[in-house]
Design a protein around this ligand. Structure first.
Ligand code: GLA
Length: 651
């Protein structure tokens, strides 16, 4: 197995050849083992249509290689050169207002454009020929931060019609499924099916149509990435291929996106201003990334300096310990490579104020020394690369629910992913590893499975959860479960549809209270709740908590039901961290699982292990020092410090 590597993102096209060698020397001195290059370099490798200049990139790869630094090469297809857009404007995305995206920034390509695909294929074939057999190319990254934004061009419109035809066959069936008679929206010809063009907010469009358009947009990106991966595999069958994903407004379905790629990778910019309230540890995102392929992942871009510039006002510079600590946090959650964005802050271009390890002055300073320290720490930690994270608690994630929820505003401040985050924070607070996995993933290895807000019905998920509980597992369901069918239409049944038998309760009425608060009383303690309150009618379940206020004061808010050999909790409202902590403790005690109550707030504990060894990571995700006793030993952690304890497992 390859060693864990620390690296940086590097832009040789920006710096000119004269600087490369001194950069390589400094990187080597820092302990850098890998760099990423070329994701935006298309205008330098094909300056004119059909004229390729790749020698400079080969020289860069070889030079860094000679210093023991491997390259993850990128297909440069995020930004095509301007000559391409000028000559073939139909390769630019069309926005919802019907206008083509302005080509002077980045990420303007239409993934479905056949002409764009031709040029993509040509540049990939050229690069493949030139880098075939190059010993310094360690992996490929496809494009950069692909998203499933809504392109409304004619090609996408026609492709969407084909997508619907394949799924539903006839216009009559589409009209039936979408319920198109509402607002007189029935299609009488295929040409009436359009992308969501227009100036009306998306939420005013038909939800069934919108969810399908979002699925179609995601499928298009997935297909585009697969198209590139297949081309690369012709020449590089043994090299890992990835694409760097991120959390954005139009996320492609991560599980589909990485299905045919070798490794999941992610761009990680954790905040080091942790708010007093809320569930903002980046550990959630990291666990979600590990769950995408249910194995370790890479970080292609990691916080390297103050963020900001063209995307937002400049933020604070990372405090001492933040760069190293946050990189180790990613490793603690399963990252096997961490590349920092970027080696040096740019002196030109819109993003000049998104800072790197070196500032524009090119003088190695505090951030460089911290990177060097990180590399040394990793170098010393032998055997870490052969370990992964084993969890007894899983949280299920559904992109259908995420999409459907986002497309149709629920109560103010009420978000799908935050329902997952709340439970993640509660269980990890007790020092447990937690997996976040696809809703259809196998559940055999878990003791507790939370399926928060299973909003859009998935029959396989429901079947698996029933079986899991029958066999003795504990299931947690939360508000807004069993609401929509697969087409994003409401189910004419009591909620949680498909889960009432296992929950032993049903939703009598619901109240979207948004930013207002109510309380629930549990074990004699009042906990504030907000956003959403479901008034539960208990059939067979026992009541765990009741509402403290409103016309439904005294009505059940949280229930627990025995089902088969297991149990099922239903949480009909949205609490604050203390509420979920109390619930999680109750659940862990019921399952007689090992957990610790000794971790102070914002100290995170994870374990990477294999058959022989365990590496226990203790991370202070806070700007205040921490001092506490864990299993009889006093531990002191500086702000953002990570301590790694190695333990040999007893057989
Ligand atoms: C993203 C992109 C990078 C860069 C960084 C910082 O993660 O992939 O190209 O823009 O953000 O802004």
């Amino acid at each position: 197995m390859e060693k864990i590597k620390i690296g940086v993102d590097y832009y040789p096209e920006r710096w000119g050849e004269a600087m490369w060698e001194s950069d390589a020397v400094r990187m080597k001195e820092a302990g850098i083992k890998v760099i990423r290059m070329a994701e935006f370099a298309w205008c330098k490798v094909e300056p004119e249509e059909g004229r390729f200049e790749l020698d400079w990139l080969v020289r860069a790869v070889n030079l860094f290689g000679s210093y023991g630094i491997q390259t993850i090469l990128c297909t440069p297809t995020n930004c095509a050169p301007l000559w391409l857009y000028e000559k073939y404007p139909e390769t630019l995305q069309v926005q919802r207002d019907g206008k083509r995206t302005y080509p002077g920034v980045r990420s303007h390509r239409c993934y479905n454009s056949p002409i764009y695909r031709l040029f993509v294929e040509r540049i990939i074939r050229k690069m493949s020929r030139v880098f075939a057999g190059n010993p310094y190319v360690a992996a490929w990254q496809i494009d950069n931060e692909v998203d499933a934004a809504f392109c409304c061009c004619d090609v996408c419109a026609e492709k969407f019609r084909g997508w619907l035809k394949e799924k539903y066959g006839t216009l009559d069936e589409i009209n039936r499924v979408f319920g198109n008679e509402v607002w007189s929206g029935s299609y009488s010809s295929w040409t009436q099916i359009q992308p969501p063009l227009g100036d009306r907010p998306l939420v005013q469009y038909n939800p069934a149509y919108l969810l399908d358009f979002q699925r179609f947009a995601s499928d298009g990106v997935v297909e585009y990435v697969r198209f590139q991966a297949n081309l690369l595999r012709e020449t590089f069958p043994d090299l890992p291929i990835t694409t760097n994903t991120w959390y954005c407004d139009y996320m492609p379905d991560f599980y589909d996106l990485f299905e045919e790629l070798d490794i999941c990778s992610y761009d990680n910019y954790p905040s080091f201003e942790i708010s007093e309230e809320g569930y903002s540890s980046h550990a959630f995102h990291l666990d979600m990334m590990r769950g995408v392929k249910r194995r370790n992942f890479w970080i292609m871009e990691q916080l390297g300096g103050a963020i900001g510039g063209c995307w937002m006002p400049m933020g604070k510079t990372p405090r001492p310990g933040v760069l190293k600590g946050m990189a180790l946090q990613a490793i603690a959650h399963g990252a096997d490579q961490v590349l920092h964005f970027r080696w040096r802050s740019s002196t030109t271009g819109a993003e000049m104020y998104w800072h790197g390890i070196l500032d524009q002055n090119n003088i190695p300073g505090r951030k460089y020394r911290e990177l060097q320290d990180l590399c040394r720490t990793i170098e010393k930690q032998k055997g870490l690369e052969e370990t992964t994270i084993l969890s007894k608690v899983a949280i299920l994630c559904s992109f259908d629910s995420e999409y459907a929820w986002k497309l149709q505003t629920q109560a103010e401040g009420f978000y799908y992913l935050e329902q997952l985050q709340a439970l993640h924070a509660a269980f990890t607070g007790y020092g447990l590893n937690v997996d976040i996995i696809h809703e259809e993933a196998p559940l055999d290895e878990y003791e507790i499975v939370a399926a928060p807000a299973v909003y859009v019905r998935n029959r396989k998920t429901a079947r698996q959860l029933h079986k899991f509980a029958e066999k003795g597992g504990m299931v947690i369901l939360t508000a807004r479960s069993g609401v929509k069918d697969e087409n994003n239409n409401c189910i004419m049944e009591a909620m949680p549809a498909g889960y009432r038998e296992m929950t032993g309760c049903q939703v009598e009425e619901y109240d979207g209270i948004g930013h207002e608060t109510n309380t629930v009383i549990m074990d004699g303690i009042a906990y504030p709740v907000t956003q959403w309150c479901e008034i539960l009618q208990v059939d067979r379940a026992e009541t765990i908590a009741v509402y403290g206020g409103e016309f439904y004061a005294g009505a059940p808010a949280v229930t627990r039901n025995r089902y088969g050999a297991g149990s099922v909790y239903y949480i009909g409202t949205v609490g604050k961290p203390s509420f979920y902590e109390a619930l999680a403790k109750k659940m862990l005690e019921e399952k007689k699982m090992r957990f610790t109550t000794e971790l102070p707030a914002r100290v995170e504990m994870t374990v990477r292990e294999n058959d022989e060894k365990q590496f226990v990571f203790l991370f202070n995700n806070d700007k205040k020092e921490k001092r506490f006793v864990l299993e009889g030993t006093t531990i002191e952690l500086q702000p953002f410090e990570m301590k790694i304890q190695e333990k040999i497992k007893t057989k």
